[in-house]
Design a protein around this ligand. Structure first.
Ligand code: FES
Length: 107
């Protein structure tokens, strides 16, 4: 079971086992990680699942699609090179240990 490490906006660390194929947003919402809202359910319509992926994991999380790129431009919190919408990252064993920081503002 691949694990995700979240640092929430209050500085707390959450280590959570994800189901294979579950998104980083779904994993957070199902486990009550503060700060990730996931309002649109993962359909790229809200940007309320904004995270900053730690540099060492960035290359493994895949490409940002054009639609995700547009949504990130409208995200509430500052966009950084590490910005991703966590509903677009699906967990797999290859991502075991993935570490993300939850963006401070989502809506
Ligand atoms: Fe809405 Fe990710 S949950 S864009």
């Amino acid at each position: 079971m691949p694990g995700v490490v979240y640092f929430d906006p209050y500085g707390e660390e959450h280590r959570i086992d994800a189901d294979e194929g579950q998104s980083v947003m779904e994993t957070a919402v199902a486990n009550g990680v503060p700060g990730i809202v996931g309002q649109c359910g993962g359909s790229l319509a809200c940007a309320s699942c904004h995270v900053y992926v730690h540099d060492e994991w960035l290359a493994r999380t895949g490409e940002v699609s054009e639609m995700e790129d547009d949504m990130l431009d409208g995200a509430m919190a500052e966009r950084r090179p590490q910005s991703r919408l966590s509903c677009q990252i699906r967990m797999s064993d290859d991502l075991d240990g993935l570490t993300v920081e939850v963006a401070p503002e989502q809506l």
